[in-house]
Design a protein around this ligand. Structure first.
Ligand code: SPQ
Length: 424
């Protein structure tokens, strides 16, 4: 798909539902007693993979598009699937479902696309095995496909070497079935949607500092879930509004959970004109409308505890840094190497080919802003965040930018290109 430099961006936009929250609402709804009604569910390929996996285990899920109804089978009601469960491109589906499958009374095989079959699973296999799970990587390489044989589990206190909501959530979900309390302590707090939503469904989950604890339950109870707009999707329009001169955008109903809103803090540190309007905190997940006005930005340093709160936004933040005065340093972000693509590598290559001054480091990158960008051919590596990032960078680049594999945005934001066009 080809993109060209654009004039000012103006108008209002509502981004689709949060991917992390959409996944969890189907998973927890499937394990609950009664019906879970999900509004603003993200109809992206990743979340549809989660629906398919739970349907494969006998859960009746009615996708009416404007809402999804999950008729839960109770915490011990999943059925042995007749086929391999295909998690598609979704790391969240693969890792969270593993925590659930570890405790079922049947054996399942999980697989996914070429990207998923390269992403590290040892990070969940280690703690789940300590709890008593039997997990075998069929290619003996620490990746999917994995065969998971459900087993009786014991509670553990797990010091996680990575700040990862997927690792934490897999362990907490297994902890629902364990014989005692389970805890996970992270180096920094990762997104806490699992803790918030499980607690809404009736689980006994507590957090203290960087530790999350869970006790086993007999039942979870179906809920009505209103999924907020995804801040990771809003991020593309936040950046576009800031870097394209003369722009003014209002992005409605965005989730601003403090474990996800690092991008807002970074933008503010860089001198962005961002205003939060209509803040609302009464539905389990805080939301706000975000007003963005084009701004003159300056470089910043991003590292440490803020990293897990903006991990998926780092590609578009790197693109934004090209239009900021001075140097932006991103560190402590080695996790970017094990996403849908190696996002450090792909960003450095892509931005460099557009004329930016970007240097790869061991755990991040250094961007020296201020050089004008020009069009280039960018291989998205079928990574949705990369495709969207370069579509935004192209808005400020002279000439033509071609993004290869651009259709992969269907993973998290099927209407992305239409929404971008609407604002021009
Ligand atoms: O689900 P997947 O493929 O891992 O998706 C990504 C993304 O960019 O959409 C990462 F590639 O988001 C993850 C995120 O990076 C979603 C997620 C979650 O819902 O729990 C947590 C983060 O991953 P991690 O490894 O830090 O736990």
């Amino acid at each position: 798909m080809k993109f060209y430099k654009c004039g000012s961006l103006k108008g209002e936009i509502t981004v689709p539902g949060d991917k992390s929250i959409s996944h969890r609402s189907v998973m927890f709804g499937s394990l609950a007693r009664g019906t879970t009604e999900i509004h603003n569910f993200l109809q992206g390929a990743d979340c549809l993979s989660t629906i398919a996996c739970f349907r494969g285990m006998g859960v009746d899920i009615e996708n009416q598009k404007d809402k999804v109804l999950v008729r839960g089978r109770g915490i011990r009601g999943l059925k042995k699937p007749e086929h391999v469960l295909d998690c598609g491109n979704s790391g969240t589906t693969t890792r969270l479902i593993s925590g659930i499958l570890a405790a079922q009374n049947f054996t399942t095989t999980l697989t996914g696309d070429a990207s998923i079959r390269k992403r590290p699973m040892k990070r969940i296999i280690d703690p789940l095995s300590q709890m008593g799970a039997k997990i075998r990587c069929l290619n003996d390489n620490g990746c999917a496909p994995m065969e998971i044989t459900g087993s009786p589990l014991c509670g553990i206190d797990y010091p996680s070497p990575v700040a990862s909501a997927q690792v934490k959530s897999a362990i907490l979900l297994a902890g629902l079935y364990a014989d005692g309390e389970t805890s996970v302590t992270e180096p920094y707090v990762s997104r806490d949607h699992t803790e918030r939503m499980l607690s809404l469904f009736g689980a006994d989950v507590r957090t203290e500092g960087t530790t999350a604890r869970i006790r086993p339950v007999n039942e979870l109870y179906g809920q009505k879930i209103l999924v907020p707009g995804d801040i990771s999707s809003a991020a593309f329009f936040i950046v576009a509004g800031l870097i394209v001169p003369g722009s003014e955008l209002l992005i409605r109903n965005v989730g601003i959970n403090p474990t996800r809103n690092g991008i807002l803090k970074v933008c503010q540190n860089m001198g962005a004109r961002l205003t939060l309007i209509n803040e609302n905190d009464d539905r389990g997940e805080p939301t706000a409308d975000i007003l963005v006005k084009s701004s003159s930005l300056h470089g910043t340093a991003i590292g440490g505890a803020i990293i897990p709160t903006l991990i998926d936004e780092l590609p578009v933040i790197a693109a934004m840094a090209c239009f900021a005065e001075g140097e932006t340093i991103i560190r402590d972000a080695a996790e970017l190497k094990v996403k849908e693509s190696n996002r450090i590598d792909v960003m450095v290559q892509g931005l460099t080919s557009m004329g930016a001054d970007v240097q790869e480091t061991e755990d991040g990158m250094i961007i020296r802003g201020g050089r004008p960008l020009h069009g280039a051919i960018i291989d998205s590596k079928l990574d949705h965040r990369i495709a969207m990032t370069f579509a935004i960078a192209a808005c400020m680049a002279e000439g033509e930018t071609e993004v290869l594999g651009a259709e992969c945005v269907n993973i998290s934001y099927p209407e992305f290109y239409r929404d971008l066009e609407k604002l021009q």
